[in-house]
Design a protein around this ligand. Structure first.
Ligand SMILES: [Fe+2]
Length: 455
């Protein structure tokens, strides 16, 4: 198979070949002056000539767009300079090298540190200009890998995260305070080697999800995981607090796998409500084969999904499970002021189905009315994760903006699209100096003192 045959190296996913810095970007429409900060977004972007054995093994490249007072001041893109970028192996004779990271999954800021994340490794700290500082281990307190999906509690400012491992301890939970110091860590009993990519934090609980995708040493893609019917699917609910791990409870759910949590919260009856897009065995097969470039793959990295809602009754010990949407979507986002609390709105990116119907779009769900609205972004154009930024002084949950970077194959170009989150109307377009690879997760980082939330 040639390098160009890998789906994650072609089309919207074709890697960017160089690092650029551009200033004074062209803006169409009007950029709200309150959008003063940086949008940063990560992606798997191997160096030219390199063909990773798995999409997620491609070296991370972070793209940044600096907005200030209605102007788009700069764009820059930088590889995350980890030992893996220079070919260092993850597995060594001394065990895993946690610094040999693709660092291509997510990029967040916490306590003033910009961190590129990949779940099998330590975070990598970047400067505001996206240059690599180095691996970051929280002053020696992080001795495991770190999930790429930590959760910043909007009330306490704490960063909650975990490490998932194929070997015991399978699950370690951490809390860093608002200043970035790890103040708590605990092994979580009862966990298995099931792949845990994301999790949820409510006001009172931490929620883990184990699906049917688990450690499989027979897989040779370089990421040894696969679907197992024998792996039980479960939700783990753990009280927050220093003694929570000893009180974790695991609840059986229907087979499936969830990559990303949309949100979770306690409802008025104290039940845990958890939602997110999931795949069944066939959906996982279509996706995995795309991610490794194998035959029998779907036409998209996400070819089908079922958004599920679980309601966990901690008193009765029961779980009610429903499929609430069957549109192929991924990258669920929300106004993160509502993270862990009951949210009305959630957003996602939609993919064409296996017949090619639907196209790519930004989706808005209204959990009260049940309405689903899809905003297509145009022919041969693909949006990335839509990051919500609240408007200044907003009182309504959807008063704000959705920021998404569009890959435009026809023009071989990219733009930052700023949508009004209420109606999904376009407010502004920022033209970027080259096409940006369709990628994974990102964050909005407001300037200090800005009344806005991190994406
Ligand atoms: Fe993710």
């Amino acid at each position: 198979m040639t390098a160009t045959a890998k789906p994650y190296l072609t089309g919207h996913y074709a890697p960017v070949a160089d690092e650029l810095t551009a200033t004074g970007l062209t803006v169409e429409g009007t950029l709200p002056p309150e959008l003063t900060g940086r949008l940063v977004r990560n992606s798997h972007n191997p160096k030219p000539g390199i063909t990773p054995t798995h999409w997620f093994k491609g070296s991370g490249m972070v793209h940044g767009i600096r907005l200030r007072d209605g102007r788009a001041e700069w764009y820059r893109n930088r590889w995350v300079h980890t030992p893996a970028l220079d070919g260092a192996p993850y597995l060594t004779e001394h065990g895993p090298d946690l610094t040999a990271s693709a660092a291509g999954t997510h990029v967040i800021e916490h306590a003033g540190r910009l961190l590129a994340l990949c779940e099998a490794n330590l975070p990598f700290e970047l400067t505001r200009e996206l240059d690599t500082v180095g691996a970051y281990d929280f002053n020696g307190k992080l001795r495991t890998a770190m999930t790429a999906h930590p959760k910043e509690d909007p009330v306490t400012g704490e960063l909650h995260f975990f490490a998932s491992s194929p070997f015991p301890p399978f699950l370690t939970y951490y809390v860093a305070d608002a200043k970035g110091e790890i103040v708590h860590s605990a092994e979580v009993p009862g966990a298995t080697a099931s792949l845990k990519h994301d999790f949820a934090v409510t006001r009172r609980h931490v929620v883990f999800v184990e699906g049917n995708v688990t450690f499989d040493p027979a897989d040779h893609s370089g990421i040894p995981y696969g679907w197992s019917d024998e792996q039980p699917a479960r939700i783990g609910v753990m009280p927050r607090g220093a003694d929570g791990a000893g009180r974790v409870r695991w609840f059986s759910i229907e087979p499936g796998n969830m990559l990303h949590v949309a949100n979770a919260y306690e409802d008025g009856l104290g039940r845990i409500v958890l939602e997110g897009p999931t795949v069944d065995r066939e959906g996982f097969r279509l996706s995995w084969n795309w991610w490794v470039g194998a035959p029998g793959r779907g036409s998209e990295p996400v070819s089908r999904s079922y958004t599920r809602r679980w309601v966990v009754d901690l008193v009765d010990g029961t779980v009610d499970e429903q499929i609430i949407d069957d549109l192929p979507v991924e990258f669920p986002t929300l106004n993160e002021e509502y993270l862990g609390a009951e949210n009305r709105y959630r957003y996602a990116v939609s993919f064409p189905d296996e017949e090619g119907f639907g196209g790519y779009g930004v989706v808005k769900y209204d959990r009260i009315t049940g309405a689903r609205r899809i905003r297509p972004v145009g022919d041969a154009r693909m949006p990335s994760e839509a990051v919500f930024v609240p408007a200044a002084g907003a009182t309504g949950e959807d008063e704000g903006y959705l920021l998404t970077v569009v890959s435009d194959l026809k023009q071989d170009a990219s733009q930052l699209l700023v949508l009004d989150a209420a109606g999904l109307d376009r407010i502004a377009t920022v033209h970027l100096p080259h096409r940006v690879t369709a990628g994974l997760h990102g964050s909005w980082i407001p300037d200090a003192g800005q009344d806005a939330t991190r994406g």
